[in-house]
Design a protein around this ligand. Structure first.
Ligand code: ADP
Ligand code: MG
Length: 416
């Protein structure tokens, strides 16, 4: 296998901390490779290391089997061109002159451009659909047009390897496909090695022979699209719920994002349910179904409320069967309440074993949590087996903001 690029144990940092860690992979000559990964994961940094714009702390980079350190800049520029992520051109050059600059590695300092240089420039303009802009000022064309001009400049450089950092980010869908198709064509017909950073996973999947997935400065996965574009990999890196199907036209993996877990987690309200003896089953299952994040406690193992919690994989503060609530689990319960937005009590009989659950709910009120009691038949006073103590606490709680509902659906509706 002929390697266009070989990277071994690369470490790089802008400062003390490493922005790239133990990066190793190779790219076969003639491959079309996409580098994907979240914002800030190190894609541009990796590309700049390959392009020799940044120097690694340690490790090895070989271009065409030769250590990158052993190239002079002109020879490297004849092998490899880079389309950077953001291009600012400070001077008022014409589009034609900007593309012509791609020829500079082939010219000595004061040498005038030759016919071949004009020919390559025109060809590059034509390929990128920018020939008609030739005479325009580079600073007075649209972002998308400029992006194509910068690609043209890289093509004029006439290299075997092309590095591109998000070359489609300012392009409309037409020109996105056009640029990628052009790159694919150069890849197929001229055996050019294409290495590009893409943030559109579906485009990466569709056009690439290989994909490199970068996450927090390390390579999380590399291989053919089917190996890299997997639920497991993407869920881990993007924290996204998605469906991965197949693009019927190209047979490549196709991602349909569903919901960002990052936002979802944030907006989901957390409800702690204090129940027992089956009194929590209905409210817990309905809350869970509605998307609330539910926890339970303190609850005895084997209790029918405990069963539902297990079934739904809820976080539960547990006590052994028929055991009273210990000081320890009471504290755990308070901790869970602290992490919740809402506390819901069901009506259960209170005895010495579980009165601490009612005390915990009172604590919740005291720290300004919303606390609700579900009391279907207005019978909570009948459930006192601690000599009026439970009734007393409940009365206190009512005075201090405990809200009582007899209808579970209405309560859940009001929580939304
Ligand atoms: P990506 O291209 O994947 O969005 P970058 O390679 O641009 O990510 O950035 C990787 C990390 O390096 C980020 O944490 C970013 O903040 C940091 N970084 C990028 N450029 C610089 C710089 N010039 N100086 C210091 N830190 C930088
Ligand atoms: Mg970048």
């Amino acid at each position: 296998m002929k390697k266009a690029v070989e990277i071994k144990d690369l470490n790089f940092g802008y400062g003390e901390t490493l922005n790239l860690k133990d990066v190793s992979f190779s790219i076969k000559k003639g491959d079309f490779v996409s580098i994907i990964g979240p914002n800030g994961s190190g894609k541009s940094t990796l590309l700049k290391n390959i392009a020799s714009i940044l120097r690694p702390k340690d490790g090895l980079i070989k271009i065409d089997n030769k250590d990158i350190e052993n190239y002079n800049s002109k020879d490297l520029a004849k092998k490899m061109a880079l389309v950077p992520q953001n291009t600012n051109i400070a001077y008022d050059f014409s589009v034609f002159d900007v593309v012509l600059m791609g020829r500079s590695p082939y010219l000595s300092r004061f040498q005038r451009e030759r016919d071949i240089d004009y020919k390559k420039t025109k060809e590059a303009l034509r390929l990128t659909d920018t020939l008609h802009l030739s005479e325009r000022n580079i600073n007075y064309i649209s972002g998308g047009e400029r992006q194509r001009v910068i690609v043209a400049r890289a093509l004029a450089q006439d290299t075997d390897i092309l590095l591109l950092d998000e070359p489609t980010s300012h392009l409309d869908i037409n020109h996105q496909i056009e640029i990628l198709s052009l790159l694919k064509k150069l890849n197929k017909e001229k055996d050019m090695t294409i290495i590009l950073v893409l943030h559109d996973l579906n485009l990466a999947s569709r056009f690439s022979d290989k994909i490199v997935l970068v996450n927090e400065g390390t390579i999380l996965a590399k291989g053919i699209p089917e190996e890299v574009i997997t639920y497991k990999n993407l869920e881990k890196v993007y924290n996204l719920d998605m469906v991965i199907s197949t693009n019927v036209y190209t047979a490549s993996p196709y991602i349909i994002p569903l919901e960002s877990k990052r936002i979802y987690e944030k907006k989901r309200k957390k409800v702690h349910v204090i129940s027992g003896g089956g009194s929590g089953v209905e409210v817990v299952s309905k809350l869970d179904k509605k998307g609330f994040k539910v926890s339970m406690g303190v609850i005895n193992r084997g209790d029918s409320d405990w069963d539902i919690g297990k079934k739904l994989s809820l976080n539960m503060i547990e006590e052994m069967p028929f055991n009273g609530i210990t000081e320890e689990s009471f504290k755990e319960n308070i901790k869970e309440i602290n992490n919740s937005d809402i506390v819901i009590l069901t009506s259960v009989p209170y005895g010495n074993g579980n009165i601490k659950n009612l005390e915990a709910a009172y604590e919740a009120l005291k720290i300004n949590k919303e606390v609700y009691l579900i009391d279907k038949y207005n019978e909570y006073e009948k459930f006192d087996f601690v000599k009026g103590n439970a009734t007393k606490i409940l009365k206190e709680m009512k005075k201090n903001g405990l809200r009582v509902y007899n209808d579970i659906d209405k309560l859940i509706n009001d929580l939304n």
